[in-house]
Design a protein around this ligand. Structure first.
Ligand code: PNS
Length: 159
């Protein structure tokens, strides 16, 4: 049985993340979206509970998708969760450099899990949480970049 983890900060969840979750849910029997809950990597906008709530609402229709949190090493969590796949997304060459380094390190630490990459869909290849946060904080309309739950949260935060 293939159990995959899709880890990230999701601060906040955007349409590129959701596209990977939907596509991943078709590839694996179970996909756990693992939200980093790490005091050393402070959330820039949303706390852990808010990030989890957005993911839960946006993935409610996907029966084999679970949302969970983790802290510490990803591979420790993967081992505990019995996951044999770490799912990541690649938007561009910058992601490739960063993600290959992490994949090699994670493989060295926990060889039982393979990191698999999905190419971001072209329409989301320029979307990042950093840009969504910046645009929203400056009053730009980000409704085309994020799911409704995130849009509501951004509106609430700016209000
Ligand atoms: O959405 P992000 O911020 O790009 O996600 C990064 C994340 C959470 C996947 C990465 O920071 C991570 O795995 N952190 C857990 C700590 C860890 O295992 N570090 C060693 C990686 S080689």
């Amino acid at each position: 049985m293939s159990r995959a983890l899709y880890p990230g900060s999701f601060d906040p969840l955007h349409n590129g993340h959701l596209d990977i979750i939907r596509r991943g849910s078709l590839l694996f029997e179970r996909l756990t979206v693992a939200v980093l809950d790490n005091p050393l990597k402070n959330a820039k906008l949303l706390d852990t509970a808010e990030r989890v709530a957005l993911l839960q609402e946006a993935t409610a229709g996907l029966e084999n998708v679970l949302v969970d949190t983790f802290s510490g090493l990803l591979v420790t969590y993967a081992e505990r969760a019995g996951a044999n796949v770490i799912l990541k997304s690649l938007r561009n060459a910058t992601d490739f450099e960063y993600e290959t380094q992490m994949a090699h390190l994670n493989r060295g630490l926990y060889p039982d899990a393979e990191t698999l990459f999905l190419l971001a869909a072209p329409e989301w290849s320029f979307v990042s949480s950093t840009r969504v946060r910046e645009l929203a904080s400056l009053g730009a309309d980000v409704s085309g970049l994020v799911p409704p739950a995130t849009l509501r949260m951004l509106t609430k935060k700016s209000g």
